[in-house]
Design a binder for this molecule. Structure first.
Ligand code: COA
Length: 283
């Protein structure tokens, strides 16, 4: 049911990207055309078309046979309230099959996702602003943060998988092609990493994968120092309590979202945790 007989749902393709970008620009979401293209390169989506115009989108990403994420759910103002958001989201859920699906919901999306069987897992905080370098940041003893090398990819993918409980090798590979990164090492052994890439209005820190909150802060502080005076964004789960430190370093809270899951939440195998997202769509 699409709420309109002449509304057609079909796969989202590269040629839709400028119109899709216009949908999120109308909402003042910061995605650039490149950010949309990155998402589509790694996933799949549905387009709602009426009279030759794109009026809605939804996308999904598969991380192995058991997990996935869903996002970029947008319906134009004029087309809202007639079942299109539900049809697009349900269509992407069909594409993702039996996978457990996580997403980050806006206030507008919450009622829809609840009706489709998603349950809340916790609050996400989006922080952004002009970065202020930490006044006197000293790495805890025994830790180093060397820049990452191309050959670190399998190591990073393994740490990411341990933290999130889902395999995201293709995502990590794609990120490494466009991101800078640092590895956190303790006595030569890699125990975490963080990446920074162009995204939206500036640059985005994420993912941040670390054994504990102090190590995560070290992996964030590196970027605050090297990118002081520049516009940075980071999306962090509330539960780790990083928000006050981010605010103190120029990254004000710009919004919140609700992390939700449909199915069994993917579980990392302990030891490392994800402290910042790649993006709200990609998880
Ligand atoms: C979220 C969004 C995609 C929903 O699109 P839509 O086409 O209006 O959604 P639908 O008409 O399919 O409605 C979905 C369901 O949510 C319900 N719903 C919507 N707003 C609601 C509200 N404020 N309170 C209770 N239920 C609500 C509808 O009644 C409907 O339920 P039903 O299918 O059982 O009747 C649309 O509002 C949008 O694009 N918002 C801006 C972008 C955004 O925030 N996207 C979500 C990203 S996570």
């Amino acid at each position: 049911m699409t709420g309109d007989a002449v509304t057609r749902l079909r796969p989202l393709v590269d040629m839709d990207l400028p119109a899709a970008h216009a949908l999120t620009a109308a909402l003042r979401w910061p995605y650039r055309l490149e950010d949309w293209a990155f998402n589509l390169m790694l996933g799949e989506g549905l387009a709602a078309e009426r009279g030759g115009r794109l009026i809605g989108t939804a996308m999904g990403w598969r991380y192995g046979p058991e997990a996935g994420t869903l996002g970029m759910v947008v319906v134009t103002d004029a087309a809202q309230g007639s079942g299109l958001g539900r049809a697009l989201t349900a269509g992407v859920l069909d594409m993702l099959g039996k996978r457990s699906v996580t997403l980050h919901a806006t206030a507008a999306g919450l009622p829809l996702y609840r009706k489709l069987g998603f349950a809340g897992l916790g609050l996400l905080r989006q922080h952004q602003g002009v970065a202020v370098a930490p006044a006197s940041f000293v790495l805890p003893p025994g830790l180093q943060v060397p820049p990452l090398r191309a050959e670190d990819e399998p190591l990073l993918a393994a740490l990411d998988r341990r933290a999130l409980g889902m395999p995201r090798q293709a995502l990590i590979r794609a990120l490494l092609a466009i991101a800078e990164g640092v590895v956190l090492k303790r006595e030569g052994e890699a125990i975490g990493f963080s990446l920074l890439r162009r995204f939206g209005h500036g640059e985005l820190i994420g993912p941040v994968i670390a054994p504990d909150v102090e190590a995560a802060w070290a992996l964030i502080a590196v970027w605050l120092g090297s990118h002081a005076g520049r516009f940075l964004r980071i999306d962090v789960p509330d539960e780790h309590g990083l928000s006050h430190r981010l605010v103190a370093h120029g990254l004000a809270e710009a919004g919140t979202g609700e992390r939700m899951v449909r199915g069994v939440p993917p579980q990392g195998d302990g030891g490392v945790t994800s402290f910042a997202l790649v993006s709200q769509a990609l998880g």
